[in-house]
Each structure stands twice: as structure tokens, then as C-alpha cells.
Design a binder for this molecule. Structure first.
Ligand code: SF4
Length: 481
């Protein structure tokens, strides 16, 4: 979609429900609440009386699961689901999750949010051993590693498989009447545990998926923790060597929904706090603080509160820009950003305005938005960004452009300012970002994954960069300049 090419893309959303009479309907609702994490495709697998049932499709959850007849084809009290935004493998139905395999112990369905960084090596080795892959998903590697495991019990096979993979993963699995949830040892991607009614448990990427079905938030699954829901009990296992926590800080900046709690923190409050620190770091006198909707809204509220400059909706978003314009013809292509956003001329004319956005990726959208605000008569346009410059790509489950396409990877702030044509431009500093999260930033022991701002990749990238260690080293040293 032309309007969304200039953002990091959300990754995927996962959802699982244990022991509920409306398991498939609740899973569809949960996936609907997680729609922002992936809009390419969605799928649900359920289990009842020795049989698995599966429905998958391309498009939005509402398009695939709103028909009651589709939900009726998914019986059972146990279900898992997945929203796809492709970070590995192209999108055809074979690549739509949950993926499913038959083992001698029964069926096993799996949904994955994340990205495996040693997938190439593992896939090559498995193919050498005779494994035949059905998809191009890195998630399928986990299934083949389970199939070749010498362990007997499903949980042991799953653990054995996960001990061989590297990268970021939050997984939910369905095996007969058991649900298993697990986060990678660094806990890069989120996964929360909730409860509905007496004996029904939920696992989901974000708490907004609990809210929609009236479930209560119990806690986050911890980095490296596996939970097994079976026989009406919940068992917590720590099968991996303990590693330092590296939760994705970009979840707070942009990915997660503002009404979610992620890793125990309100995303909305975190964004407001980031805006407030941004105001302290880069104050400038102006008439109005204007968010770039929707993702810049909480940070702009925080900025306005801290700076005491009035907050106004100087850019209005058209919520009805849908897939009608996914591939516009040449005649309307030039309208670009105007189809989605329009400047509120009444507010901005002859004003000095501060625009607040969450991030700059390529810079192309920011440039158009600034031009639009200037055309509406703004006297001065100052841009404030609620994240540090995005200088590196993500390899942990977020679709990002190549590094060479990231405007901040190749230009300093002054060059970007000129390119975007603003009167001033400032990003929150990495120290400021951590301060907003209530922590001190230390390069060696940073609490979050912040690799797209710092180049400090905590999980090995050798496979991702084609085993070219020199390329990896130069990528890392460039980040330290
Ligand atoms: Fe998140 Fe950036 Fe780390 Fe990717 S590289 S996990 S987007 S902080």
C-alpha cells in the first residue's frame, strides 16, 4: 500500500485460547484486535474429539472470519490463530499460519511472531537430512526440528527444537487438548497471559486482544518461559539458558496499540512520556503542537503538556482510505499522502507549528506531510520525532527496508532537515528514550532491543547477512560512528 511504505511494518499477531465453548469466535475477535500487527492474511486452527479444523485466508480478519458459517467450521474448545505480516516467506496460502503437521503423537499447529536468524543454516541441514518443506516460512523449521528430535513427549520435542533456533519468537501451539506458549530467551516479541471465566486461559501478543473478549490480564510470559496449558492446569517451564532481556523498544514507540499494556507498561503512557522528554530535549517556541495521526498522537500530547504549547488536530486523517487505493493508477498516484491526510487550514494558516511523528524511515511521507502543512499556510514547520534516528534494519520479526533506504542511515540530522524541508528537526536521543521508559541507557547492558537505532544487535546475524562476518562487523562499526 503506497501510504504505508514509509513505516516499519508491524510483525505478526498470535492468539490462543484454552478450554472455551466459543474458542474459534473468540480467536477471530482476538485476531481482529491484533489486526494492526499484520494485515496480509489470517488463520485459525481448532481441535475437537481427535480432529483438527483449519480456516485460513488472505486479507483482513473481518473479511475471512465474519461469516458465522466459517466460524461453525471451526468447532472445539481449543484454538490458536495468527495475523500475518510477512517477515519471512512470500504471502501465498501455503505460508499463512498457523502451520500444521501430523506427528505420531498427534497433530501440532503453530503460530509465530518473530524471525529466526539462523533459519538458512537450519533449513539447509534439514533438507540434507531429507526434510521436504511445504512453505518458505522460517516457522516450518521448528516443525521439522521436532520431527527429527529423538524425544518422545511433545513438550520435550518442542524444547529440543527451540534450543536449536536463534532469533526472536513468541509462539503459541495447539496439540490435541493442550496449548503451549513460549517466548525466546531474550523476550524480543511480546506475549501475555489472560483468563476468561473460570478455567479458560488466553495467550496473545497484546492485552488489547484480551479486552475485546472480556478476559483479564494475568501477566506477561517471561523471556525464555514456556507455559503448558493442559488438564485444566498451567505449568511454567524454563527450558533455556538465561539471557539478558531484549524486549523490542519499538513496540512502545509504534507497533503496539496504545490501549495495550506491553511488558507491564501502558503503551499510551510510555508514548506520552517519550513526547514529554522530546519536548525537554528539543524545545522551540511555536503556536501549536500537531500530531501526525494516528501514531504521533500520544507523543504529541506529552510534548504539548511539557512545553505548554497548545495541542491541536492540525492534520486530519481520512479513516476511509482502504484497499480501494492499494495500487492507484497514474492519474491519482500524485495525490499520494493527501488521500490519507489533510492539513486543517483553519488551524495552521500563519502559525508556527511543531509536528510530532513517531519515526522517520525513508523520509518520503514526512516530506509530503510537511509540504501539505506548508501549502495550508503554516508560517514555520518544525518536526519532532519520538524515536532516535532509524539507522539500521530489524532482523527480529519486523519488515524494514534495506539499510541503504533508511534516510537516517546515510544522512545526518541537518541533511534530513533540508531534504524534508522543515525549519528545524529533532529526534529524541537514545538516552532520552530510555529515560522516558524509566531507565538509564548503557550501551553494553541496555535493557531493550534498540538495534534499529544503535546497531547493537543482541542476537547473532551471521545467517541473515549470508555468513559474511566482515559485512556484519562493518555494519556494527558503522553504527558506532
Ligand atoms: Fe524492535 Fe528495532 Fe530491535 Fe527490531 S531492531 S526488535 S524493531 S528495537
Amino acid at each position: 500500500m503506497i501510504f504505508e511504505k514509509d513505516k516499519f511494518k508491524d510483525e505478526c499477531g498470535v492468539f490462543a485460547i484454552y478450554n472455551h465453548n466459543h474458542a474459534s469466535a473468540h480467536t477471530a475477535l482476538g485476531l481482529h484486535a491484533l489486526q494492526h500487527r499484520g494485515q496480509e492474511a489470517a488463520g485459525i486452527v481448532t481441535y475437537q474429539d481427535g480432529k483438527f479444523y483449519s480456516e485460513k485466508g488472505k486479507g483482513h480478519v473481518g473479511d475471512i472470519f465474519s461469516d458465522e458459517k466459517v466460524i461453525d467450521k471451526l468447532p472445539g474448545k481449543f484454538a490458536i490463530g495468527h495475523n500475518r505480516y510477512s517477515t519471512s516467506g512470500e504471502t501465498n496460502l501455503r505460508n499463512v499460519q498457523p502451520i500444521f503437521a501430523e506427528f505420531e503423537f498427534g497433530g501440532f499447529a503453530l503460530s509465530h511472531n518473530g524471525n529466526l536468524t539462523n533459519a538458512k543454516t537450519l533449513r539447509k541441514n534439514l533438507i540434507k537430512q531429507g526434510c521436504i518443506f511445504q512453505s518458505t516460512l522460517d516457522t516450518e523449521i521448528i516443525i521439522h526440528l521436532m520431527a527429527t528430535s529423538r524425544h518422545h513427549e511433545v513438550v520435550d520435542r518442542f524444547i529440543d527444537s527451540l534450543r536449536q533456533v536463534e532469533g526472536a519468537y513468541s509462539l503459541v501451539a495447539l496439540c490435541n487438548e493442550s496449548i503451549i506458549g513460549v517466548r525466546d530467551p531474550h523476550g524480543v516479541r511480546p506475549l501475555v497471559l489472560g483468563k476468561i471465566e473460570n478455567e479458560s486461559w488466553i495467550l496473545a501478543s497484546e492485552t488489547c486482544a484480551l479486552d475485546i473478549i472480556g478476559a483479564s490480564y494475568i501477566r506477561d510470559i517471561e523471556p525464555g518461559e514456556m507455559v503448558v496449558l493442559q488438564n485444566n492446569t498451567i505449568q511454567s517451564i524454563r527450558p533455556f539458558q538465561k539471557k539478558i532481556s531484549k524486549f523490542c523498544i519499538f513496540e512502545y514507540i509504534y507497533f503496539a496499540r496504545p490501549d495495550s499494556f506491553v511488558d507491564g507498561k501502558s503503551v499510551y503512557e510510555a508514548r506520552k512520556k517519550i513526547g514529554s522528554v522530546l519536548a525537554l530535549e528539543s524545545h522551540i517556541n511555536a503556536d501549536l503542537v500537531i500530531p501526525v495521526p494516528d501514531s504521533g498522537v500520544p507523543a504529541a500530547i506529552g510534548y504539548s503538556k511539557e512545553s505548554k504549547i497548545p495541542y491541536e488536530l492540525g492534520i486530519i486523517r481520512n479513516h476511509y482510505v482502504g484497499r480501494t487505493f492499494i495500487e492507484p493508477g497514474d492519474k491519482i498516484r500524485h495525490l499520494g499522502v493527501k488521500l490519507k491526510h489533510n492539513a486543517n487550514q483553519y488551524l495552521v494558516k500563519n502559525k508556527k507549528v511543531i509536528l510530532v511523528d513517531d519515526s522517520i524511515v525513508r523520509g518520503t511521507t514526512s516530506k509530503k506531510i510537511v509540504e501539505m502543512v506548508r501549502n495550508a499556510g503554516a508560517k514555520e514547520v518544525h518536526l519532532r520525532i519520538a524515536s532516535p534516528p532509524t539507522t539500521h534494519s530489524c532482523f527480529y520479526g519486523v519488515d524494514t527496508p534495506d539499510r541503504k533506504e533508511l534516510i537516517a542511515a546515510n544522512n545526518d540530522t541537518e541533511k534530513i532537515r533540508k531534504e524534508i524541508n522543515v525549519d528545524s528537526l529533532a529526534f529524541i536521543s537514545i538516552n532520552g528514550l530510555y529515560r522516558a521508559m524509566g531507565l538509564e541507557y548503557t550501551e553494553k547492558e541496555s535493557f531493550y532491543c534498540d538495534a534499529c537505532f544503535t546497531g547493537n544487535y543482541a542476537i547473532t546475524l551471521t545467517d541473515i547477512l549470508g555468513g559474511d562476518t566482515s559485512k556484519q562487523l562493518s555494519l556494527l562499526s558503522e553504527s558506532n560512528k
